[in-house]
Design a protein around this ligand. Structure first.
Ligand code: SF4
Length: 145
């Protein structure tokens, strides 16, 4: 994502204007044409506190892993704020879904393209993940950092 648009941590896309995207007709395929924001799409099942401009996290419903619904959470900056992480963890437990979230490495004002993936979920999910011979397929559900 950052390589194509030269995004900088915590800053909006340089093509963003008050009236919308300045390059809308020629915007890149990824992420602009393919990304679907789960907060917008999910019929308001997410709390208002998870709205991206408030939570500083972008949510994506990325499918199922061994029967568990999996949601990915990508920080607007390099880290998900602790307050947001607490909300996401509560959501994961109350909705019995798995969370795949990221911390992104930066060098000064630039993303490096590296980072870490983290998993969270109800105890049954973490047990299943630890015991699964198919663990790699869970981590591969996330986008490439
Ligand atoms: S659609 Fe893509 S290029 Fe346009 S403002 Fe959004 S992120 Fe930037």
């Amino acid at each position: 994502m950052s390589a194509v648009l030269a995004m900088e941590p915590g800053k909006p896309c340089r093509h963003k204007r008050a009236e919308g995207c300045a390059i809308y007709d020629t915007r890149p395929e990824k992420p602009c044409r393919t990304f679907s924001c789960a907060w917008l799409l999910d019929d308001h099942s997410y709390p208002e506190t998870m709205r991206p401009d408030r939570s500083k996290v972008v949510l994506s419903d990325i499918g199922e892993w061994e029967g568990w619904r999996v949601i990915s959470a990508t920080p607007v900056g390099d880290q998900i704020p602790e307050k947001t992480l607490a909300i996401l963890r509560d959501f994961s437990l109350s909705r019995q879904c798995a969370l795949l979230y990221y911390s992104l490495e930066r060098s000064g004002e630039q993303f490096t393209g590296r980072g870490q993936q983290h998993a969270y979920g109800p105890p049954e999910f973490t047990k299943a993940l630890a015991a699964s011979s198919n663990e790699a397929s869970f981590w591969q559900m996330g986008h490439a950092l």
